[in-house]
Write a protein that binds this ligand. Structure first.
Ligand code: PMV
Length: 309
């Protein structure tokens, strides 16, 4: 008997970094998933198609999640965990959160703990904190819940009810980076210029609420304009880089409605929206320049788990 869970990756549409300091942010679950299998074993063991086995430091957060859950529910921590992922690591697409959410959901399923989405998120955060230090929690929230959500720490997330699907374009710069380092950089700026940061943060919080409404009603041009404004704010914090700025400029010249870096920045990916007629040429144009680019339809569903014999 083994338990299997699949959790979606994510794109932050607006509000990253500011969300760590209390602003609203808008994020969407993406159809590319992480799949985790958990089965009883004689000793704890974890393997991943990306990082090899348990000796790898990238896999330590997985043991933290299992240990926390096993302790709390007096369940056996001796399990073998196997992870396979369609999500590039360090690309700002939430691969670590999707992994932690799927691990928590699969362990819950294996032990018939019957945990709901809030508890899955709570245990996945044990691993997320181990990796990122002081994350806002937006990544596991959207991965576990699915859909498109407005999130801010300490408030109940609001799921957008969308009629039909919306298309996002994601393009990976090919450069990985540490989310923890990027969060630290922004926190330093906030500590140095608290008044200025608070004005900027309030503005981006408002921008996220407006972006959610544009997304809800399908005003993709209006949403695109907001993405570009949000990118400028992230540039002002120093979390962008030349490659991401170039990609945002390229997307504008190829006819997108707007684009911005997504996630922690300093590498990772950009997110864009574009007129439907231009989506194909934008994807092939960026791919031709060496950036892995794809379009996705949102909303995607949240974490799912089941038992297999
Ligand atoms: O998980 P990433 O690397 O896509 O970035 C997370 C977004 C941040 O706002 C930078 C951090 C957070 O915890 O919200």
């Amino acid at each position: 008997m083994r338990a299997v869970a699949e959790a979606p990756s994510k794109a932050i549409i607006t509000g990253e970094h500011f969300v760590v300091h209390g602003a609203w942010a808008l994020a969407a679950a993406l159809p590319r998933k992480v799949r985790v299998q958990v089965a009883p074993a004689s000793a704890f063991r974890v393997t991943s198609d990306k990082f090899g086995d348990v000796g790898s430091p990238q896999l330590r957060p997985v043991s933290r999640v299992i240990e926390a859950m096993a302790r709390e529910f007096s369940a056996k921590p001796n399990v073998s965990v196997s992870i396979s992922s369609m999500v590039p690591e360090g690309a700002g697409l939430g691969s670590s959160a999707a992994t932690m959410v799927a691990v928590a959901a699969a362990f819950s399923r294996l032990n018939s703990l019957g945990l709901g989405v809030d508890e899955i998120i709570r245990y996945s955060m044990v691993g997320e904190r181990h990796i990122h230090g002081n994350p806002s929690g937006i990544d596991p929230a959207v991965s576990a819940r699915g859909g498109v959500i407005l999130f801010r720490p300490g408030s109940r997330p609001k799921k957008l009810s969308l009629e039909g699907e919306r298309t996002l374009i994601l393009s990976y710069s090919g450069r990985t980076r540490s989310t923890k380092g990027q969060i630290g950089r922004v926190t330093q700026i906030r500590n140095k210029y608290p008044g200025l940061f608070s004005i900027l943060s309030d503005g981006i919080s408002e921008l996220s609420l407006t972006a959610a409404e544009k997304m809800r009603i399908g005003d993709m041009e209006g949403l695109g304009n907001l993405l570009t404004v949000n990118h400028a704010a992230l540039m002002s914090l120093g979390v962008s880089n030349d490659t991401l700025d170039l990609m945002v400029d390229l997307l504008a010249s190829m006819g997108s409605y707007g684009a911005k870096l997504t996630g922690a920045g300093g590498g990772g990916s950009v997110v864009a929206v574009a007129p439907e007629a231009k989506e194909k040429s934008i994807v092939s144009g960026l791919t031709a320049r060496g950036f892995e680019t794809f379009k996705v339809s949102v909303p995607a569903e949240g974490v799912k788990s089941w038992l297999e014999r």
